[in-house]
Design a protein around this ligand. Structure first.
Ligand code: KG4
Ligand code: ZN
Length: 350
């Protein structure tokens, strides 16, 4: 079975091909155009520009894929498309494109929650590692969450951010430091030359036995610190030290919360994904503590950490193989949460 994946929920326009052969889902194509340079001057995403770019880039990417893979579109048997969460207008572009294609080709469409795309992305190319239940950790620009995954569309939320997502904190701190958008990779680059213990920023763990995250206190602490030390910002070492210390605080929070949740819910496998988990120091600290506790951590490969369409096609292919039929109806939902699968009694809403 050949799946076409389409992702357009935020500022990446992506399409991918995943082929199921003898029970294995193989990545046949992975194309993405990021809009980061376009949104850079604004320090965040401008929805109007995002929509224009998606509309322009989706047909371009498809043409490229057809040419580079000598693909005959008629070979595609199903489409998986992100139906939320994300920017409503961006979601609409991807869904209209998917629906139009599906109609023309006479094939079905499978709506995928963007977060479940991230949740299962660590298993791309390593399905043999997939065993339920596992602890899903997603740390991205829009979300920071921990969920117990007991099966496809059987998610129990364990914790999420009560204010800023970790990626958002990276982006905002980067902006305060005069670094460009997206801030995560910029801060990581600076942090490589810095001392993570030069400044002690808060490590917000809230209460024990509470797995929610909070990053706004940390962001504010960095903001005040920068305001107090404005004249030092031009010094390279100072900038590197602030970046390293901020990154260390985020890494420690993620490490502590995730391992505590895994222990408390007796989950011996953590599947970790999302843009922020492309960060080497955050991966390193989590891996270290998990190892000490005898817990396995499977990180999404770096190219699948940030938004991509492979994870969307992969969820379609994987769930179909696990016996979930393909949906006929779909609802776009910019606030689509993982808990909605339970509350709408739509674990099998196909
Ligand atoms: O998963 P993603 O591509 O998009 C969302 O679904 O949000 O995540 C984007 C976020 C941005 O906030 C970006 O600054 C952050 O991931 N990010 C990083 C790194 N690479 C991307 N944060 C820390 N370190 C990185 N290396
Ligand atoms: Zn994402």
């Amino acid at each position: 079975m050949l799946w076409l994946g389409i992702e357009s929920s935020c500022d990446e326009t992506a399409i991918a091909l995943v082929k199921t052969v003898a029970g294995k889902n193989m990545v046949m194509a992975d194309l993405c155009i990021t809009q980061a340079p376009l949104h850079k001057p604004f320090g965040g995403i401008v929805p109007e520009y995002a929509v224009r770019e998606h509309s322009k880039n989706l047909p371009l990417l498809l043409q490229n894929m057809i040419r580079s893979k000598s693909l005959n579109l008629k070979e595609v048997q199903a489409i998986a498309v992100t139906e939320g969460p994300g920017l409503m207008a961006s979601l609409l572009v991807g869904n209209a494109f998917a629906r139009g294609l599906a109609l023309g080709l006479g094939i079905p469409v499978f709506g995928v929650n963007h977060l479940e795309g991230h949740l299962f992305s660590p298993f791309i190319g390593r399905e043999e590692k997939l065993k339920f239940p596992f602890l899903g950790l997603v740390v991205s620009g829009g979300h920071t969450l921990l969920a117990k995954v007991e099966g496809p569309r059987q998610y129990s939320m364990i914790g999420s951010t009560i204010d800023d997502a970790a990626g958002e904190a990276f982006d905002k701190v980067a902006r305060l430091l005069g670094l460009s958008y997206p801030g995560g990779p910029e801060i990581e680059k600076q942090a490589e030359r810095g001392n993570p213990h030069s400044h002690s920023f808060p490590i917000s763990l809230i209460e024990k036995n509470n797995y929610n995250f909070s990053f706004s206190g940390l962001k504010t602490a960095v903001k005040y610190f920068i305001e107090k030390n404005k004249e030092s910002l031009s010094k390279k070492e100072f900038l590197a030290d602030v970046c390293a210390s901020f990154q260390e605080s985020v890494a420690r929070v993620i490490q502590e919360k995730t391992i505590a949740a895994a222990k408390s819910f007796s989950l011996s496998l953590i599947a970790a994904s999302g843009g922020v988990l492309a960060n080497k120091r955050i991966r390193e600290l989590l891996e270290k503590k998990a190892h000490e506790e005898g817990i396995e951590v499977l990180f999404a490969k770096r190219q699948f950490c940030t938004d991509n369409a492979v994870m969307i096609a992969f969820v379609g292919a994987l769930f179909y193989a696990l016996g979930l039929p393909i949906t006929k109806s779909f609802e776009l939902n910019p606030n689509f949460s993982l808990s909605d699968f339970k509350t709408q009694a739509n674990t099998n809403r196909f």
